[in-house]
Design a protein around this ligand. Structure first.
Ligand SMILES: CC(C)(COP(=O)(O)OP(=O)(O)OC[C@H]1O[C@@H](n2cnc3c(N)ncnc32)[C@H](O)[C@@H]1OP(=O)(O)O)[C@@H](O)C(=O)NCCC(=O)NCCS
Length: 422
């Protein structure tokens, strides 16, 4: 392992700002977050097992006893945890340290992530966030460290995961039961309307998206439909909205609906706040537990963050690929989860979820990939038959949360929408 870092290497990694910061801020003799006690405390809060804790303590000691690595650790910690001008996404411009530190690079970045735990704890305590929710939330760091260990054989974090971890380490993301939630603007090209009388919801596509005849976005998975493809229309004036409906099973319909606004109110437009749903690894996404998480979120955010309003829940993911409705058993958690939401198409390449499904960022030869679960077998068979893997999106509004009732697909009344009959 090369462990002599020059100023040039540090500035190449972190930018000139880091060196400037060092000149402005006095060098610390002891970095508290690298002491054995602090590493143990931060790890325990994040749910690390004993073996990981002692590994990270020894790595922290290596950093603390090397003046160059200690400087670098302090810079990284300062930028991510203390600087108000640094965007965590700028981490993408950092150089992964693997050339310098080998397998130890991952643990270096993991210790930087863990160094933020005392900061986020102080914030959570100031908001009276229950201890169990705080700890469940921090456990995201240990889940990703386990993922790294599976792929690299040592406890650590890939550099590109650091910005994701700072979703929870900055107080934005919360784990409530099985699922994680984060308030974000709705970034999809759809609007949702609700019938004022029968409460039915319909999602309409924004103007100008080209769809294939199968209702997926043209080009998804590299497939185009020059002959039968068509483009969505969306027009709204003071009393009417005319647009392309999305069927809750996740496909755009090649027809137009005409909705009088005296009967239909707009309940979601792009840019409005929603709660994004994320599904952490670690255990199956038990169906009842997912419903319970959504109910918890409806209580949690108004109680602890009344300033973070939301119109509804939104999830986009590889596991919302509607092909799984046909490929997996109807009892699969993925299939059952999908059916509770208003699904919509998203653009994706043909490899959505591949890394998640085969636990590898770089699958070279699918013919040698394991076939030990029904999902893996279905995916391999689907691809072998000329198919591809797409992602998908899902919406759910709090008023409609009646878990297990498949509210949207059960009540979707295409005929009345098309005629605009109220
Ligand atoms: C999301 C997740 C919890 C779903 O797992 P699950 O609850 O077991 O899902 P299902 O019940 O639908 O699984 C059906 C089958 O697929 C298998 N399966 C599910 N996810 C799998 C995965 N990521 N890799 C391989 N097989 C998987 C299950 O083991 C089961 O196999 P079986 O029928 O042979 O017993 C799981 O995929 C996971 O932990 N993924 C990592 C996190 C993730 O991808 N989150 C979404 C980020 S966008």
């Amino acid at each position: 392992m090369k462990n002599q870092l020059t100023n040039t290497e540090i500035s190449q990694m972190l930018g000139e700002e880091a060196l400037g910061l060092e000149r402005e801020t006095s060098q610390k003799d002891t970095l508290l977050f690298l002491t054995p006690a602090a590493v143990a405390e931060n790890c325990e809060l994040a749910g690390f097992e004993a073996e990981a804790i002692s590994y990270l303590q020894s790595m922290a000691n290596r950093i603390a006893t090397d003046s160059n690595l200690k400087r670098l650790a302090w810079h990284c910690h300062y930028l991510l945890c203390c600087s108000s001008s640094f965007s965590r996404y700028d981490v993408r411009n950092w150089t992964p340290l693997t050339n310098l530190l080998g397998e130890f690079a991952g643990s270096f970045f993991l210790l930087i992530a863990l160094s933020s735990v005392p900061h986020i704890r102080a914030f959570h305590q100031s908001r009276n966030i229950p201890e169990s929710i705080a700890r469940d939330t921090y456990s995201d760091t240990s889940l990703w460290a386990e993922d790294y260990k599976t792929k690299h054989g040592a406890w650590g974090i890939s550099l590109h995961i650091l910005p994701w971890l700072f979703n929870h380490l900055s107080g934005e993301l919360y784990r409530l039961g099985r699922l994680q939630f984060i308030q974000r603007p709705f970034r999809q090209k759809f609007r949702a309307f609700r019938n004022r009388l029968n409460r039915q919801v319909v999602v309409l596509a924004e103007e100008g998206t080209r769809y294939r005849s199968d209702g997926q976005i043209d080009g998804t998975g590299g497939e185009f439909d020059p002959e039968n493809g068509w483009t969505s229309r969306f027009l709204i004036d003071s009393d009417r909205v005319v647009g392309t409906p999305i069927h809750p099973i996740g496909m755009a319909l090649c027809r137009e609906v005409n909705l009088p606004l005296k009967m239909w109110e707009c309940i979601l437009t792009p840019g409005q706040p929603i709660l994004e749903i994320h599904i952490p690894a670690g255990s199956p996404m038990d169906f009842d537990a997912c419903g319970d998480s959504l109910r918890q979120a409806i209580d949690f955010f108004p109680r602890y963050f009344p300033d973070r309003s939301f119109q509804g829940f939104c999830c986009t993911s590889w596991l919302l690929n509607t092909q799984y409705q046909d490929w997996l058993s109807p009892t699969s958690n993925i299939v059952r989860f999908q059916r509770e939401f208003y699904l919509f198409p998203t653009f994706s390449n043909g490899q959505s979820g591949l890394a998640r499904i085969f636990d590898s960022d770089d699958i070279q030869d699918l013919s040698k990939a394991p076939r030990d679960t029904s999902l893996r077998r279905a995916v391999l068979d689907g691809i072998q038959a000329g198919g591809y893997l797409r992602s998908g999106g899902a919406l759910l509004f709090p008023e409609d949360l009646d878990w297990e009732k498949q509210v949207y697909r059960t009540h979707f009344d295409e005929c009345r929408l098309v005629t605009g009959d109220d």
